[in-house]
Each structure stands twice: as structure tokens, then as C-alpha cells.
Design a protein. Structure first.
Length: 347
């Protein structure tokens, strides 16, 4: 359910910022802060196309529904995979925030990956407008994350941000209110989960569900050897017999499973550093790299990045909320920060 949504939230058309993530959607309301944080999942009846549930309630249904009910994630790799489901999801979130949503026409800032195409960006704008927004402003995720993490983006110094979300990893060096160099790769928390599923299937002939692999990643997953490594008992379906089976797996094995996607993230950081002008690269060496996003919470990832680049790594104070907090700041200080918004439609 919405976090902190109360009866006082009845202001019509109050401006919103939406971090439309592959895994979770967060909503910031002007003057109120972050009011909603729910999984980006829609459950629908495939026969009637009726939406049955959105958010946490829909996520609980994944892998547990009869054939005619499908729980889907309408965003993939940070972009819209299903337009209708995304529109319904955004409409649901607007309704959660605005009780009289049918006459609420908020101005909405939406975050998108920096590598998004023009077609994908228009799809985001159109889905948000058709869900009930008065106008839509787009902000690129690394810029929003940098603002939310408190980096001095308008100063003539190099600020490097690495934002690891569910579907994408965004790496950027920001100076003077603009992105000097950036890279967006379609590797994030989802790929880490899939790498675990693939490894367990290959090594143990065991089929895991998405939720189980995510739990394993959060419990014992790591990117760099730790002193207190543990093992975990996991349950799945035996590929050979088709029966339920339990195995015990070590943190070292999970680290091995995650090696490929972790290496892709590290390569993206190194490539971005390689393309950074020398003066700004020197700033980054001094100031360090700021890590945000849910993927940034993977145990040992900060140590691994420091080991690979030789640069200090700082985890943002609120890594899961950096993007939506930065977008919300654009609403609160609209005149000051509007130049970082990439585009808008129907003002």
C-alpha cells in the first residue's frame, strides 16, 4: 500500500515525480515527499483484459495464479514493454495519491534511462498523459540520482554517479548541470537474479522461481569476498524428477554465479572513466564515485569497484530513493532545475 498517504492528500492536481522503475515505482508528491513505493507489477485477467491488482498485491500473485490470471511487469530494461499495462499502473498510482483522481491533472516528472530512444521516450510521455497527467517532463535517471544523492551538479567539477536499478545500470559524469559523458547498459538487479537462476539450473538441475533467486541474492549474494560468508538453504523443482528439492548453496558459489553481470557493470564504469576529460577524471579521483539504486546494495560491490578502479566509492544515503528524491527536487525548485529536464509535452 501507499506509504504515508493520508486524508490530507486531497489537493487537486498536486505535482508528482515518478521513478518508473523496472522493479519498483516510487512516487514523490510536491510538498509531501515520497508517498508511495510499490512493485512495478500488474495482475490482469487474460480473457477480459481487466486489471485485477497493481503493486504489492499483484507481486504476491507472481507464479501463483491460474492460467487466465497473469501477473506481469510492464517495464523491461527500464522501458515500456506493454503500453496498456503501464498506463493502467500509472493511473493506479495517481489514484493512490489523488483521491479525486478523475479531476486531478497533476504535472508529472518521469525518470527514464539515459540510453532511451525517442520512440521509447514518447511512449512514456503518452502513457503518463493518458493516465491523467496534465503535462509530462522527462529527466534522465543519472541526473535525477545525482541530484537526489546531493551532488553539486551545477559546479564546474566532475561528479560521477553509478545508478544500478532493476533493469539498467546508468553511469554518468556530471558537471555544470549537464552530463559530460554517460553510458546506460541493460544490466541490473533482474540480470543478477537471472544469473543465479541460470547457475543453479546448470550446476544442480534445480529450477528456481524469480522471487527465490532475488531472496538468495539479498541474503548471501556478494561481489567481493567477505569475512562472514554464509550458506543458504534453497528450494526449487528438480529438473529430472519434477519433484520439490532442497539444496544448500554457499556465498562463494553465488559470487561465481554473479560474476558476468557484475563484470559488465564494472566495464561500464571503466568505459565511462576512459571517455571522461582529464580534468574531470582528476575530480572523480579526488571526490570518488557515488553508488545508488537497489543493485548498489549488493554486498561487496563497493569494495569490488574500488579494487577495480582505485577510486573511493560512496554509497548514497538513500540509494533506493535517490532517483525519485532528485526528481522531486526538480518539482520543489522547478525554476532553478528545469534546465536539467530533457523535454516536456503539453505544458
Amino acid at each position: 500500500m501507499a506509504k504515508g498517504v493520508s486524508g490530507t492528500l486531497q489537493f487537486l492536481g498536486r505535482d508528482m515525480a515518478v521513478d518508473l522503475g523496472t522493479a519498483n515505482t516510487l512516487v514523490y508528491v510536491r510538498g509531501r515527499g515520497v508517498v508511495l513505493d510499490e512493485p512495478s507489477v500488474v495482475a490482469k485477467n487474460t480473457q477480459t483484459r481487466a486489471v485485477l491488482a497493481v503493486g504489492s498485491e499483484a507481486k504476491e500473485m507472481i507464479g501463483r495464479t491460474p492460467n487466465h490470471i497473469q501477473a506481469v511487469r510492464p517495464l523491461r530494461d527500464g522501458v515500456i514493454a506493454d503500453f496498456d499495462d503501464t498506463r493502467e499502473m500509472i493511473r493506479y498510482f495517481i489514484k493512490q495519491v489523488h483521491r479525486r483522481w478523475f479531476i486531478a491533472k497533476p504535472r508529472v516528472v518521469v525518470c527514464v534511462p539515459s540510453g532511451i530512444t525517442g520512440v521509447e521516450q514518447r511512449a512514456v510521455e503518452e502513457a503518463t498523459i493518458s493516465a491523467g497527467a496534465r503535462s509530462v517532463f522527462i529527466i534522465e535517471e543519472p541526473m535525477a540520482a545525482a541530484i537526489g544523492a546531493g551532488l553539486p551538479i551545477h559546479e564546474p567539477t566532475g561528479n560521477m554517479i553509478v545508478d544500478i536499478g532493476g533493469g539498467t545500470t546508468e553511469v554518468a559524469v556530471i558537471s555544470m548541470g549537464g552530463m559530460v559523458t554517460s553510458q546506460s547498459i541493460r544490466v541490473g538487479g533482474d540480470e543478477l537474479d537471472e544469473a543465479i537462476v541460470s547457475y543453479i539450473r546448470k550446476e544442480y538441475s534445480l529450477v528456481l522461481g524469480d522471487r527465490t533467486s532475488e531472496q538468495v541474492k539479498m541474503t548471501i549474494g556478494n561481489a567481493f569476498p567477505q569475512n562472514d560468508e554464509q550458506s543458504a538453504e534453497i528450494r526449487g523443482r528438480d529438473q529430472v524428477s519434477g519433484l520439490p528439492k532442497t539444496i544448500v548453496i554457499s556465498a562463494e558459489e553465488i559470487r561465481r554465479a554473479l560474476e558476468e553481470p557484475v563484470n559488465q557493470i564494472i566495464d561500464a564504469v571503466k568505459d565511462t572513466l576512459d571517455k571522461t576529460p582529464p580534468e574531470l577524471a582528476a575530480d572523480v579521483m579526488d571526490r570518488g564515485i557515488v553508488l545508488t539504486g537497489g543493485g548498489g546494495l549488493l554486498r561487496g560491490l563497493d569494495e569490488r569497484l574500488k579494487h577495480e578502479t582505485g577510486i573511493p566509492i560512496h554509497l548514497a544515503e538513500h540509494p533506493l530513493e535517490s532517483v525519485v528524491l532528485g526528481s522531486g527536487k526538480c518539482l520543489e525548485e522547478f525554476e532553478v532545475l528545469k534546465k536539467v529536464l530533457v523535454s516536456s509535452s503539453r505544458r
